[in-house]
Design a protein around this ligand. Structure first.
Ligand SMILES: Cc1cc2nc3c(=O)[nH]c(=O)nc-3n(C[C@H](O)[C@H](O)[C@H](O)COP(=O)(O)O)c2cc1C
Length: 188
């Protein structure tokens, strides 16, 4: 399949539809290498990967559940359970962490964009290898108590939790943007 066709066929597989098997270690390595081939102004490599897999997913889910109750003691059991399960479906979550260099001549926005490109490339690479994937953040990506437990430094931020696994069923399609309506010519 050529690249253009692959782009046309890309879609997310919701994490709840993802299961075993996960990419094997050599496949994961291959995915990360492919995803790292992104534009990077200043060659800062302003991102890194943190893998969440195995029992750690359950531990993290429990952490999210207790944090939810800490943030809102009135949270319903359904909400708490949803948070407990967030990392339970896909067997592998690749956390893409932005590592910003403040004050650099390359603006922080561009550093973040390079990391965003990594997230998107990872989705494409996973699908290209026959896996399904979804880019998720959710409140946990921005919660200081959680990001501290993930080991993020002060200049780091979660750009995405990329859930990867084997689709249990075909991913749903959704309406796509009307590019004609979104496109105009510059007239000066
Ligand atoms: C930065 C970012 C964060 C996202 N976080 C969430 C999320 O927390 N929950 C969610 O349901 N979708 C989230 N999405 C949307 C999904 O990744 C995905 O786009 C959506 O499931 C539609 O699938 P598609 O990729 O086939 O368009 C996020 C997307 C981006 C770019």
């Amino acid at each position: 399949m050529n690249l253009l066709t692959a782009l046309d066929l890309r879609r997310s597989t919701p994490s709840r539809l993802l299961g075993e098997p996960a990419p094997a270690p050599d496949q994961l390595q291959r995915l990360l290498v492919a995803a790292s081939r992104v534009p990077d102004h200043g060659k800062l490599v302003p991102w890194r990967f943190l893998l969440i897999q195995g029992d750690t997913r359950q531990v993290l889910g429990d952490l999210l559940a207790s944090r939810t109750l800490e943030r809102d003691p009135q949270a319903s059991p359904a909400v708490v359970e949803k948070d407990r399960m967030r990392f339970q479906f896909a067997p592998l979550i690749v956390t893409v962490i932005g590592r910003l260099t403040p004050g650099h001549k390359v603006p922080e926005q561009e550093q973040l964009l390079s990391g965003g490109a990594v997230c998107f490339a990872l989705l494409q690479a996973a699908q290209g290898m026959g896996f399904g994937a979804q880019w998720l953040t959710g409140w946990a990506a921005y919660d200081p108590a959680i990001t501290q437990r993930l080991g993020l430094a002060a200049n780091e931020t979660v750009l995405g939790f990329i859930h990867i696994g084997t689709p249990k069923e075909a991913a749903p399609e959704r309406d796509r943007p009307d590019v004609v309506a979104l496109t105009s010519d510059l007239h000066l």
